[in-house]
Design a binder for this molecule. Sequence first.
Ligand SMILES: Nc1nc2c(ncn2[C@@H]2O[C@H](COP(=O)(O)OP(=O)(O)OP(=O)(O)O)[C@@H](O)[C@H]2O)c(=O)[nH]1
Ligand SMILES: [Mg+2]
Length: 465
Amino acid sequence: MTQTDTIAAIATPSGSAGLGIIRVSGPMAHELGRLLFRPAHKNCTWQSHHLYHGDIVATDGATVLDEVLVTLMRKPHSFTGEDVLEISCHGNPLILQTVLEQLITLGCRPARPGEFSERAFLNSRMDLSQAEALASMISAQSSKALQIGLAQLKGSLGRRISSIRTLVIEALAGIEAAIDFAEDVSGHEAPACLPQICEAMTSINRLLSTYRQARLVTDGIQIVITGKPNVGKSSLLNSLAGRKKAIVTSIPGTTRDLITETIQLDGLSVHLTDTAGIRAPMDAIEKEGIDMVRERLEQADVIVILFDGSLPLTDEDRQILEENQKRGCRIIIAVNKSDLPPAWETGLLLHQAESAHPLSSIHTLRISAKFGDGLDVLKKALTDLTVSGKAIGDDVMITHLRHKHSLEKAIARLAAADNCISTGQSSEFAAFELHETLDALDEITGKKIQDDILHKIFSSFCIGK
Ligand SMILES: Nc1nc2c(ncn2[C@@H]2O[C@H](COP(=O)(O)OP(=O)(O)OP(=O)(O)O)[C@@H](O)[C@H]2O)c(=O)[nH]1
Ligand SMILES: [Mg+2]
């Protein structure tokens, strides 16, 4: 699909930097380069993918705006599949804005958010899942999230979808033959496509099962620290963060608000929340703080319940454990102040925890938030409980809710097709379901997708991408 207009945008973040890049794409890219760029050397022949040094000169033909490097990438071997001009300026927003204005004066249009990627997709330079992976990669917050984004950018998801598609097409071919030659093959051919349907379903299920972990990797793991007042929650947050983020005092009820900090653990983003100690509130402020804790606990991927090992265990401690076990999320029991003589056996608590939650993934460990003992074990438990490192990078993962919905739609259609065949219904019904399966799969790669959804996807990208 050829676009008739030429678009331009600043492709680097706003603010001052060493360099700033302006990207131009469309049929006028070369002409605009010729009009604005004055080469430093005579041998500027505008060869594709070559770097030329010179000045950008304003449309008055006299005012030098910046000393730059320019590259022309001729279609189709460019990011968008169109002629692309990249101007590498000095990273002053005033320079970049002025150069952009010159381009617009000469007939360029400012690019919409994500429009370069949209053109790349429309010109078949990448499928939709790759364009989305590009956006995810640019916003990735951890090395593992980057790893997933990069694999998808290289087309891993598109290839997996294509192999599932092939299975569905094989099944469909068998069924359509049964329809076309009803007298010859009916009743024999149809069940022969069941293995392909089964294999396609297994493959989709495998992809779907990666979603939860992949989301944890891309969004980060939500960890909430809870416990009675004064057990050392804020001290633990500070130790994990490696800086003094929360106020620590010996006065119970010090923390009132939710205090958050994001750290990197084993290549993953971990969002920690320190909270107000749970007890019967002394005043309206503390009550509000405790209500906020309970809300936040609902969103946790892992709850760290902290106990003070140096003071006798109380009913409040037991109630906090019980209350959180009901949430059914992963729990780590951390018995703090291991540097002080223990007042109780950790086994006691573990027994209570295990009897209430026999199959749970409860970990119990002793730590000293103040002196750092046991924190390495705690950090390892935090990531092990949520994301098994082995799975990441070894397999194709899905990270977008849109992909999950399309896969769920596909599997429901496959199940319906399977049912039509097993119950001996007319082959047309199964064929219809398989065509619907293909449509659902094609939404992921963008082979078949409604324009408004496409626009919505690209408009969530940033300008210049
Ligand atoms: N000996 C020792 N003291 C600790 C340890 N962790 C915390 N403390 C002390 O326990 C007291 C309470 O610590 P905080 O981190 O403020 O406890 P908290 O759970 O955030 O308390 P609230 O905000 O009131 O709910 C402070 O005096 C800390 O120095 C530890 O590992 N060992
Ligand atoms: Mg605190």
